[in-house]
Write a protein that binds this ligand. Structure first.
Ligand SMILES: [Zn+2]
Ligand SMILES: [Zn+2]
Length: 284
């Protein structure tokens, strides 16, 4: 061990003894504080969304046979092409467990150094989207929430994704956090809540027209926020809009519908007794 590696080893030892910082996600003491605010074990526990994925919505598909293109899920395949405001969506991992803890530390504890490793997950998951993009647009915060939090987490992520970042959207009204609402009310909560910012309207409209844009955010819940942003960008002339987030809430599995009453009644009936043997075979 020499040079930088040796210096880091000494710094890690010194910091872990003198400062003893805890992991921002699991509170265990960091053995290597110079490597970031989250321990290696937490990063290993992040649940990435496994391929094959629907090319449109980015949800996992049942495994396709080798060499067969998986394509779209049933819901996206039934939709007319171009009907959805977001042409494609990708998220790096599921919003639960370690990744949820990392994002909450980033967002609510102001651990902005976590933007880089989270953006690295997004670059891996959204490579083709970013490769086709002319611009990245962060989901804006309302000024009141931006002031309270001190930063816009979506912008911190967007700045690390590669393509140029354009702050062209603004919120037209203060909206309640999507996580505080039932799924059915989330779409109404953000419907029409985004438009081109004043600065964007004058300086950036020409930059959006005909361009492919990636909208970036930390978490996708129902997709209502990204959809609302995409509608505003499409209305401003964007050719295509993609969505990219660090995490997404896993869709709930549909409950199996209960069996019809007749089937339930049949289940309670006693097993049929075997028919009596024909008389011809009866014992004498
Ligand atoms: Zn940890
Ligand atoms: Zn789909």
């Amino acid at each position: 061990m020499r040079g930088a590696a040796g210096a880091r080893f000494l710094a890690d030892g010194f910091l872990s003894v003198v400062w003893a910082p805890p992991c921002a996600a699991c509170d265990a003491l960091l053995e290597q504080p110079t490597r970031g605010a989250v321990c290696a074990a937490c990063w290993q526990r992040v649940e990435l969304i496994p391929p094959p994925l629907c090319t449109a919505c980015g949800l996992p598909l049942p495994a396709a046979p080798a060499g067969v293109h998986a394509g779209d899920c049933a819901a996206c395949g039934d939709r007319p092409s171009g009907a959805a405001p977001l042409a494609r969506q990708r998220a790096a991992g599921w919003y639960r467990g370690a990744l949820r803890s990392v994002i909450r530390a980033f967002k609510y504890q102001g651990r902005r150094s976590l933007a880089e490793p989270l953006a690295a997950l997004m670059r891996d998951a959204g490579g083709p989207l970013l490769g086709a993009a002319d611009l990245v647009v962060p989901v804006p915060l309302h000024p009141r929430r931006r002031w309270a939090r001190g930063f816009n987490q979506a912008r911190d992520l967007a700045l690390r994704l590669g393509p140029p970042v354009a702050d062209v959207l603004r919120r037209t009204r203060y909206t309640r956090p999507q996580t505080a609402l039932a799924a059915a009310r989330r779409r109404a909560n953000v419907a029409g809540a985004f438009e081109l910012s004043y600065r964007g309207a004058f300086r950036m409209r020409h930059a959006i027209a005909g361009r492919t844009v990636v909208v970036a955010d930390d978490v996708l819940t129902t997709g209502a926020t990204l959809d609302a942003c995409a509608r505003a960008l499409r209305a401003a002339g964007a050719r295509a809009v993609f969505g990219l987030t660090a995490a997404r809430v896993a869709p709930r599995r549909r409950r199996r519908s209960p069996p019809p009453p007749r089937a339930r009644a049949a289940r309670r009936l006693p097993a049929p007794t075997p028919a009596a043997p024909p008389a011809a075979y009866s014992c004498p």
